[in-house]
Design a protein around this ligand. Structure first.
Ligand code: AMP
Length: 391
């Protein structure tokens, strides 16, 4: 069954439990970046306008199953109250009599925020008893937390089947729509760009994308394992010796499928990541004693050309050690290439999202995924428990 969106349900007078992602950064008891709170507002506001009694729940940090005062959602409740222009009642817990009294007394349009779900170890264990206590609070279950959709926790999976009706919030549905478009029936050519540190982390996603894409561009440190498989010298670059053979097999698989798999042809190199002042560009083999730390300008241009021909682009993983300039140049160029492209452009993964944000071109990307791990598992073709629970 397809996943419903919150605006397909009648919420009037119902107790609507919305699993949101309020895992925000805090400093001295204040929220330092409200992006995640802002992103949840359309779903919350829709529920209020539709006459729902709104119950919000999230995890925050890693309290490891214990009550940790510094990880209370109180600062989020304050922030949310001012953004919504109404009082958001913070429950003292997320289950128990006090919580059901408080949520049971909500009037249509009113909002309560449950305390940090991960104060209970039962949340991450997907404990059935805990899940049914959460479910008992609600008539409708809505999930709008894509970042935890790849986890089978009580609030993301266990409770869903125990509530009468289920739907995705606007954020979660947008993630499914855009990432789903890459996985089935994309506008072609479909170009994927994969970067990051390790081939081993991306084996499953590479295999999955080889079944779907027209062109696969490889960057980041994992390119050196592929280049080694071709017999190209890579100096002291990061290489996963145990995966060289696999990289060769993936290259052969791409050729069999008619997928153009492109590797860097020039590099930004230095003796070490902390020797940026000695950075230089090299074409072809990397000399001994030098590390490849970013794709070079010629590679950037080749990759830019491939992006220009695409109708759909998905990017996951930085193309170099982008935290250390000048080794951010390749990732900045890619961010600009996507931003300038008229194609549907999708960026997932914490580091590539950070690179796009740093480029200042985020507004020109069609969809920036909010979940690093979840977007990778989606692209691997895995069934995400949080999505399966809504079907
Ligand atoms: P991942 O978590 O696998 O997506 O990898 C992201 C990390 O890969 C970032 O911290 C980058 O600094 C790092 N990285 C990307 N390219 C390189 C490279 N050529 N050499 C070393 N580290 C790299």
């Amino acid at each position: 069954m397809p996943i419903k969106r919150i605006d397909e349900l009648d919420l009037k007078g119902k107790r609507v439990f919305i699993r949101v992602d309020f895992n925000v950064p805090l400093k001295d008891g204040s929220v330092t970046d409200t992006t995640r709170i802002d992103a949840a507002i359309p779903t919350i506001q829709h529920a209020r306008d539709a006459g729902a009694r709104v119950i919000l729940a999230s995890h925050l940090g890693r309290p490891k199953g214990k009550e940790v005062a510094d990880l209370s959602l109180a600062p989020v409740a304050n922030e949310l109250s001012s953004k919504l222009g109404c009082e958001v009642k913070l429950a003292p817990n997320c289950v128990g009599d006090e919580v059901s009294d408080l949520t049971g007394a909500l009037q249509p349009g009113e909002v309560a925020l449950l305390e940090n779900l991960r104060f209970h170890a039962a949340e991450e264990k997907n404990d059935p008893d805990f899940a049914s206590q959460l479910a008992a609070l609600a008539d409708v279950y809505v999930n709008d937390a894509f970042g935890t959709a790849h986890r089978a926790h009580a609030s993301t999976a266990g409770m869903a089947a125990l509530v009468g009706e289920r739907a995705a919030g606007f954020l979660l549905r947008k993630e499914c729509d855009y990432l789903g478009r890459v996985m089935s029936d994309p506008e072609r050519p479909l170009v994927a760009i994969l970067g990051g540190a390790k081939v081993s982390d991306k084996i499953v996603v590479i295999k999955s994308l080889l079944e779907r894409v027209d062109t696969l561009l490889i960057g980041g440190a994992m390119a050196y394992t592929f280049l080694r498989a071709e017999g190209t010298g890579v100096g002291n670059s990061l290489v996963e010796e145990e995966h060289i053979e696999l990289a060769g097999e993936l290259r052969d698989e791409a050729a069999r499928r008619g997928v153009a798999l492109l590797l860097p042809s020039d590099h930004q190199i230095a003796p070490a990541p902390d020797a940026a002042q000695q950075a230089q560009t090299v074409s072809g083999a990397i000399p001994d004693g030098q590390m490849g730390l970013d794709i070079g300008p010629e590679t950037s241009e080749r990759y830019d050309e491939a992006v220009k021909r695409a109708r759909t682009v998905i990017w996951n993983g930085p193309l170099g050690m982008f935290e250390v300039p000048p080794f951010d140049a390749g990732s900045m160029a890619m961010a600009n290439a996507l931003a300038d492209s008229p194609a549907t452009t999708i960026v997932g993964g914490g580091d590539s999202v950070a690179a796009v944000v740093r480029s200042g071109r985020g507004a020109d990307i069609t969809h920036i995924s909010t979940g690093g791990g979840a977007s990778l598992e989606f692209l691997e073709g895995k069934t995400l428990p949080g999505l399966a629970a809504l079907e």
